[in-house]
Design a protein around this ligand. Structure first.
Ligand code: ANZ
Ligand code: ZN
Length: 853
């Protein structure tokens, strides 16, 4: 740091705009942010969820990326080889809609938005390795998505099936279950309809158990995200029980079975009806041609308009119709009527439910409404009914007048040989009855998952084509690997309503197997397939022989710090975990989980705490801060206002405050440099003022470093502010010729260094111009601070006279009891003068109490 003392030119003004464009140019020219390639160094992969290029970046992006950038820059200074890439999630419906509206091409619109977003990223000074940037709509990228699809097809993990799916009438495409959020289309909010369509799926259910189990390994993930995933996967242990269908005339058994799924086999003696969902083919068959058919068909069409979430909601009124048919309870031979009701779902369990009004509230409500039996078969011991029925084995009381289901745990009554056993979920009664059923070959233990296979086909255009061909002779045939990628045509006339399915140059092809004319699949893949492995491609983005090499992935994966919005808690994060496991099983990866630590940043709301949105007109664009103040002020403000995971309300005052601080710190660094000189600081040789500054240096340095490690940038910044204050005080209190030159140099240097991850241009400029150093502040190691020097060697203690505080004195932290007593007496000498000191109580480190009369 020898040169720094020579700079005596005074403090130049802080010109953010000039400094920022200057360093952005230099960093780009010198490739400062390229991922390191030094295998002797530990690695750190810092990643922010890549954006959908729907326009310029907004404040939410700015916050997300500023957090990641501060982490990445600091990691570099802490000696890591850092991978910090960025790209664009560039396929998707909005591009298509915008193209139609503005009469342009989806690709053109997308690339214009990307160019704008990149410009803003560069203006923000984000330290991305731009050589690794790609867009998911680049054929060099989506080719490998197709390749992976075929690999999955070969392993039976991709398949086609016809079943009722969620169709969004607004988006004109199907949706995955995960994309129906609170019963609405995640994109446009329309309530989807159920349609029976032939669609393509990925078999995520094969991984349900592992996806659940491995959540326990993710110590670096927020609990609420793990809980949401657990819930979505929804593992449920229970039993399947076979009921025998009775014939049309009543109760004679046929050889047909209807199987239910239940978690409460213990309640089987209380079954008073069976329920099928309206979509059930069996239901349709049972009522066909009967007096019940009309009502059934009406219920069926009414139910199609209701979302699955609403159908299961406990508050919603239940609607049902009888079928006129019966099934026979396998455990006691009782016939029970078969009903059809909208609260039962087709695609959970077996799609049939045994109705137990006394145990389940939904069944209870249903029984009340349609006047069905409510047989008490489980009771608490303090219930009078328990006394009455506790030894009863036969079902004698078949209906009680209750207000609600007996959802509490209790003991079985009226339950044959199982009467008296404790019931409830996972209870001894469940075990005993399940065993009886399986011994009698009419039931078995089973595990159910709520998770369904991932529906990935979409019927629009701007997405990655499913690389399959349908041939009338050979069926579905994958496109040969050497023909990949299946290029998405860029010249569709979207304005005229043309879709991929109508575009003959795309779909007309020949069968790779038999050579006859065949039709290419015109569905494209859900864009969430593209974002399920982009983080792997960044490890090896230019590979044209494979999606990525195992070696490159081995070097960088897993992502150490992944930062993004909580809205992806299930969708993207679950799909990516699945995809990683599939690639592992294909031998392409050695890891089980893609993201070690996950940070879900809070939202940026407007000044009144409302979400920013274009329609409300309350959006604060990043340029509105960068233009007047510069990117460094913006970055500082974003990180200072709140801890990263908390929401905050946008506050122009906080931005102005951040700008005042940056200017002040700028002046302080320059002024320190005016009296700085090279050399080691000798703590023993410092005078009292210098000692105080040195103490602030080490204490704030330690605090700042620890807070960085915890991702608590707001308090890390507070620590840097304290150091700035201490330095400023030193400059005011101590004249230039009395200042410790080595200490001034060190404080200036460290202040620049610890703020460098947050205010990069500011720091780089000071590093070169004020400190007079060369290279880059990012090649500078993070400073080390000393615990011993961070503690004051004097402490303040209270001096009391007869229990009342009369003085406070500074004493050496290592002072003995005698020394403390002497110092205390001196401090209150006038008050104890002429009195008799009866007793002196010394509490080291806290106080001295003098009892004088
Ligand atoms: C009888 C019973 C008695 C039930 C009782 C509960 C309480 P979880 O825990 O979420 O897995 N069920 C089964 N399949 C269904 C379907 N397709 N649509 C709607 N409900 C269905 O829930 C399992 C319970 O949900 C099952 O256990 C069944 O009701 C119901 F006192 O069977 B239960
Ligand atoms: Zn929609």
């Amino acid at each position: 740091m020898a040169e720094s003392s020579e700079n005596k030119a005074g403090v130049p003004p802080y010109d953010a705009s000039a400094i920022e464009s200057k360093w952005q140019r230099v960093w780009e020219d010198e490739g400062v942010h390229k991922a390191g390639e030094d295998p002797t160094k530990p690695k750190k992969y810092v990643l922010e969820m890549f954006p959908y290029p729907s326009g310029d970046l907004h404040m939410g992006h700015a916050r997300n990326y500023t957090i990641g950038d501060a982490m990445a820059r600091q990691a570099r200074m802490r000696g890591y080889d850092v991978l910090h890439p960025m790209g664009f999630d560039a396929f998707g419906l909005p591009a298509e809609n915008a193209a139609i509206k503005h009469n342009t091409q989806a690709g053109k619109w997308t690339h214009e938005n990307i160019a704008q977003a990149v410009k803003t990223m560069k203006r923000m000074g984000f330290s991305y390795d731009y050589d690794r940037m790609f867009n998911t709509c680049d054929p060099e990228y989506y080719k490998w998505g197709q390749w992976m699809f075929i690999k999955m097809w070969e392993k039976g993990l991709a398949y086609r099936d016809t079943s009722p799916v969620n169709w969004c009438p607004t988006c004109q495409t199907v949706l995955a279950n995960e994309q129906v959020v609170n019963g609405e289309c995640w994109r446009c909010g329309t309530v989807p309809e159920k349609r029976n369509l032939s669609q393509w799926y990925l078999k995520i259910t094969d991984y349900a158990q592992e996806l659940l189990d491995d959540l326990d390994k993710l110590d670096g993930w927020p609990e609420n995200v793990k809980a949401q995933q657990r819930n979505w996967i929804g593992r449920s242990e229970g039993a399947e029980i076979d009921f025998t269908l009775a014939d049309v005339d009543g109760t004679t058994p046929t050889d047909r079975k209807v199987t239910v799924f239940t978690t409460r086999a213990d309640t089987i003696f209380g079954v008073s009806f069976m329920v099928l969902p309206p979509e059930s083919e069996l239901a349709a068959e049972l009522v066909a041609g009967t007096e019940y058919e009309a009502a059934y068909l009406e219920l069926k069409s009414a139910t199609e308009k209701v979302s699955a979430v609403d159908r299961q909601g406990s508050e919603r009124e239940k609607h049902g119709v009888p079928t006129g048919r019966f099934v026979i309870n396998p455990i006691n031979g009782r016939p029970v009527p078969v009903w059809v009701a909208d609260y039962v779902l087709m695609d959970y369990g077996t799609g049939a439910v045994m109705g137990v009004p006394c145990g389940d509230q939904r069944d209870f409500d249903f029984a009340k409404k349609y006047d069905l039996e409510i047989a008490p078969i489980i009771c608490e011991k303090d219930d009078p009914l328990y006394e009455e029925l506790k030894d009863e084995r036969e079902l004698r009381v078949t209906s009680v007048d209750w207000d609600g289901a007996m959802e509490a745990e209790g003991y079985l009554v009226q339950s044959g040989e199982f009467t008296g056993l404790k019931g409830g979920k996972h209870s001894e009664a469940v075990d005993a009855i399940t065993k009886w059923l399986s011994d009698h070959d009419c039931g078995r233990e089973t595990v159910q998952f709520r998770l369904r296979d991932w529906l990935i086909s979409r019927q629009r255009y701007w997405g990655n084509p499913i690389p399959m061909i349908h041939c009338d002779c050979c069926g579905d045939v994958p496109v040969p690997y050497e023909d990949l990628p299946v290029m998405l045509p860029e010249d569709l006339d979207l304005g005229a309503g043309e879709t991929l399915a109508e575009y003959a140059p795309f779909y007309e092809t020949t069968c790779p197997k038999c050579g006859k004319p065949a039709r290419r699949i015109t569905d494209t893949m859900d864009t969430f397939t593209c974002s399920s492995w982009y983080y792997l491609r960044y490890c090896d983005p230019h590979n044209d022989e494979a999606p990525f090499s195992k070696e490159a992935a081995g070097r960088w994966m897993s992502v150490d710090n992944y930062i993004g919005g909580i809205e992806h808690a299930i969708l993207h994060l679950l799909y990516s975990r699945f995809w990683t496991k599939v690639l592992r099983d294909l031998g392409m990866l050695d890891i089980d989980e893609p993201f070690t630590n996950l940070l879900c940043q809070g939202m940026v709301k407007d000044e009144n705490g409302d979400t920013m949105s274009k329609s409300k007109g309350n959006v604060v664009p990043p340029s509105s801060v960068i233009d007047p103040y510069g990117a460094d002020t913006m970055r500082l403000a974003i990180l200072f206002i709140a801890p990263p995971e908390k929401d905050f309300d946008w506050d122009p005052e906080a931005v102005a405050g951040a700008n005042r601080f940056i200017k002040r710190a700028w002046r302080v660094v320059w002024q320190l440099c005016e009296t700085a000189a090279a050399g080691e600081v000798d703590p023993a040789a410092l005078d009292a003022d210098a000692k105080e500054l040195n103490l602030a240096l080490h204490a704030s340095g330690i605090k700042c470093t620890q807070d960085f490690d915890r991702g608590q940038f707001n308090t890390a910044i507070s620590a840097a502010m304290e150091l700035t204050n201490a330095a400023s005080k030193y400059l005011v209190d101590v004249e230039a010729d009395r200042r410790d030159k080595a200490l001034c140099a060190r404080v200036a240097h460290d202040l620049v260094t610890i703020l460098a991850p947050i205010c990069p241009h500011w720091a780089e400029e000071l590093y070169h111009e004020a400190l007079g150093l060369s290279g880059s502040v990012y090649n500078e190691p993070w400073p080390t601070f000393d615990e011993a020097q961070a503690k004051s060697d004097t402490i303040e203690i209270a001096v009391q006279v007869k229990g009342k505080v009369r003085a406070r004195i500074q004493v050496s932290a290592s002072a003995s009891k005698d020394e403390l007593e002497a110092a205390a007496k001196e401090a209150v000498a006038d008050q104890i003068a002429g009195k008799d000191v009866k007793k002196v109580i010394v509490v080291p480190g806290r106080l001295v109490n003098i009892v004088a009369i």
